[in-house]
Design a protein around this ligand. Structure first.
Ligand SMILES: Cc1cc2nc3c(=O)[nH]c(=O)nc-3n(C[C@H](O)[C@H](O)[C@H](O)COP(=O)(O)O)c2cc1C
Length: 193
């Protein structure tokens, strides 16, 4: 598949078939992620791959946290729907910023360094998504994990920053493309002459 085709074909998938993804293929997706550029080549990413019962446990950790927030009247948006997609997906990969410290959020000029690392991780995730599309896999980029941020970190015993999750599996839906803003409207050209 041409890269341009993968870019066009990639869509968020929230329904997955039960079929497992071979381990080598998951590894190839992580290899693609690790080829992303990163500020100062810091490669600030870490991937925790969950399948089977550890993945179901992750979903339970998330749902428990969401339940607590809801009891306090705090809205949790699309989190339950996202958790359903994670439960169905055969693989969920949690993505961490190894340079991020959730107990000491960036202030002042540290914010720029933090942004550099998050951008690098975003590039890695997009590589993973495109590599998945190329292999006929569906993917979902997830940030609803933020609703259970401390709970997930505690559960895994990680002290760095949880950035996102990616759910992966063979698609069981073919959603319509979501609309995009016209590129013309989000671009300004400053040219000579
Ligand atoms: C940073 C980021 C976080 C996202 N978080 C979630 C999420 O938690 N749950 C979800 O269902 N979709 C999530 N999405 C998917 C977006 O809703 C989706 O990309 C957008 O609606 C455009 O649709 P498309 O991916 O099919 O083109 C996220 C996407 C990005 C890039």
């Amino acid at each position: 598949m041409e890269l341009s085709e993968a870019i066009q074909k990639r869509k968020s998938i929230r329904k997955f078939r039960e079929k497992a993804i071979p381990r080598e293929e998951i590894q190839e997706l992580i290899d693609a992620a690790c080829q992303a550029p990163s500020g100062k080549n810091l490669q600030p990413w870490h991937f925790t791959v969950l399948t089977g019962s550890p993945k179901q446990e992750l979903v339970e950790v998330m749902l428990e946290a969401v339940g607590k927030l809801e009891k306090k009247g705090i809205p949790t948006g699309s989190c339950r729907g996202t958790a359903r997609a994670m439960a169905q997906a055969p693989v969920v990969i949690l993505v961490f910023n190894t340079r991020g410290n959730p107990l000491n959020p960036p202030r002042g000029s540290d914010r720029y360094l933090w942004s550099v690392n998050i951008q690098s991780i975003g590039a890695a995730i997009q590589n993973m998504l495109l590599a998945a599309t190329e292999r006929g896999l569906g993917s979902l980029w997830i940030c609803d994990t933020f609703y259970a941020d401390p709970e997930i970190r505690d559960w895994l015993g990680r002290k760095d920053e949880l950035v996102a999750a990616v759910a992966l599996g063979y698609p069981d839906e073919a959603p319509q493309a979501r609309p995009r803003k016209s590129c013309e409207n989000v671009t300004r050209w400053l040219e000579e002459g």
